[in-house]
Design a protein around this ligand. Structure first.
Ligand code: AMP
Length: 471
């Protein structure tokens, strides 16, 4: 499924609220960090499903007028980021389809690893696909199921797929949330003041609409909300929990709760641990905003070195920023970040960030801090080296483009032009996240892909490490 790999998404669903689509709009606003390329909302009033989706940011897509055309007491919404190739409206979600037993809308966060194989089989037997999304495979499987009830059809379909999925389904009168048996992507459950039910990617979306955070949806759990209330099922074979450790490191918002702990607190602890493992003789600790802020605070605290904002971020630069002319191309990262000369000049600086992907941003940042007069620059990263791509819903480049996959620590330090570079150890990372060691997917750091990958899915991505994939 071309492009199916490079996806990051956020989902939000609500049942039992007179302004369901307005609430979903707000929820998606709070989840915008999980995807910035397209957004959509589908709503239901007990009779019909209506939907609207477009390329762009939530705030630009949904005007008052658009939301007024999404009536009903149930709604689901989706934000999506995907790299080029699959960045098209036909791949935006929710996916809304009609089949013999009614209409259904689906919003998916995560990635299936056997979508290729199923798609091929379905096409041989006559199915026609309209998008390149793996989510459409689920829809086809639901439509083909011989089961009576929609819940059973969904279970039937999901029993045939493998991979990461936090899913929301909406029919004309119900909202259904499902989390894959490994619980790879997050899913939170909440209640509005008026007694409505919310199921969404992160608890920060509940805060915005003043809903109470009840709990996280369990791995392998299906929550069904219909006019009679809420039921919970565990219809799948149990599996080892493998929550994505990178949600704690970078992806989730720091004001969300994951695994019962504040993401902000976990990131701060990662910073403290990093300081214990890799101290530096320095005058100040500065974060790369915003990704490195909590870890830098923790590092500063544990190292006893003052925290300063040595880099300032321009908050008005979107991901879609296009540099207007060839002549100013070289400004690069300076459009987004600038060093504060008075903070860094003449000082020995520890620069903290959560991760290094290609290393290109880091190199520009180090050069910028050096040009602003820093005496020494020590890079500290609050996670282990990112050596492997993600197949379960985090956007990562090919393995050959991950600097840590192809370079030694010394070479990375030379490339960054820093005086020293250190990463957090794997043990250190696992010691800081809730519930300790074995319960996480850390494949981006370890290459240990707990949901086995299909050869087809990996071919293009992994020429460098075929040997270590557990197929
Ligand atoms: P790079 O220049 O490619 O090394 O980018 C490093 C920056 O990207 C760090 O500041 C990270 O916080 C951020 N980052 C890490 N993972 C991702 C991701 N999956 N999507 C977007 N940004 C990321």
């Amino acid at each position: 499924m071309s492009g199916g790999w490079h996806e990051e998404c956020g989902i939000f669903g609500i049942h039992g609220h007179s302004e369901a689509s307005n609430m979903t709009y707000l929820g998606l606003y709070a989840l915008q960090h999980r995807g910035q390329e397209s957004a959509g909302i589908a709503s239901a009033d007990g009779e019909v499903i209506t939907f609207h989706k477009e390329m762009g940011l939530v705030a630009d897509i949904f005007s008052e007028g658009v939301l007024a055309r999404l009536p009903g007491h149930i709604a689901i919404g989706h934000v999506r980021y995907s790299t080029t190739g699959s960045s098209e409206l036909k791949n935006a979600q929710p996916v809304v389809v009609d089949f013999e037993s009614g209409s259904i809308a689906v919003a998916h966060n995560g990635n299936l690893v056997n979508a290729h194989e199923i798609k091929r089989e379905l096409e041989i037997s006559g199915s026609i696909f309209q998008s390149t999304m793996d989510t459409e495979v689920i829809v086809h499987l639901i439509a083909r199921s011989r089961k009576e009830r929609i819940e059973d059809r969904i279970v039937d379909a999901l029993n045939q797929v493998r991979g990461a999925y936090s899913l929301l389904f909406m029919t004309r009168d119900r909202l259904i949330g499902v989390r894959d048996p490994h619980g790879i992507r997050p899913l939170a459950l909440g209640r509005t003041k008026g007694g409505g039910t919310v199921i969404c990617s992160e608890s920060c979306a509940l805060d915005l609409i003043e809903a109470e955070f009840l709990r996280e949806v369990d791995p392998g759990e299906m929550v069904v909300v219909d006019p009679r209330g809420m039921q919970s099922y565990k219809p799948f074979l149990p599996a080892v929990e493998r929550f994505c450790i990178f949600e704690h490191v970078y992806f989730a918002r720091p004001d969300s709760i994951l695994g019962g702990r504040s993401v902000y607190e976990v990131r701060k602890e990662l910073g403290r641990q990093l300081a214990r493992e890799s101290p530096a003789e320095a005058d100040i600790v500065i974060p790369v905003p915003d990704s490195g802020v909590p870890a830098a605070l923790g590092y500063s605290e544990a190292a006893g070195i003052p925290f300063e904002m040595g880099l300032i971020r321009n908050h008005y630069v979107g991901r879609t920023f296009i540099e207007p002319q060839q002549s100013i191309r070289h400004f690069g990262v300076k459009i987004k970040l600038n060093a504060v000369r008075d903070v860094v000049a003449g000082r020995r600086v520890v620069v903290v960030d959560d991760s290094i992907v290609r290393g290109t941003t880091g190199r520009k940042i180090i050069k910028m801090i050096r040009a602003a007069g820093a005496k020494e620059i020590h890079v500290r990263i609050s996670s282990p080296p990112t050596c492997y791509p993600c197949f379960y819903g985090i956007d990562t480049p090919l393995r050959r483009d991950l600097i840590a996959a192809t370079h030694t620590l010394e070479e990375i330090n030379t490339y960054l032009t820093s005086d020293s570079t250190r990463y957090l150890s794997m043990q250190g990372l696992h010691a800081c996240v809730p519930n300790g060691k074995t319960t996480y997917c850390d494949a981006c750091f370890s290459g240990n892909y707990t949901v086995p990958l299909e050869a087809d899915e990996t071919e293009e991505q992994l020429p460098l490490f075929r040997g270590s994939v557990r197929v």
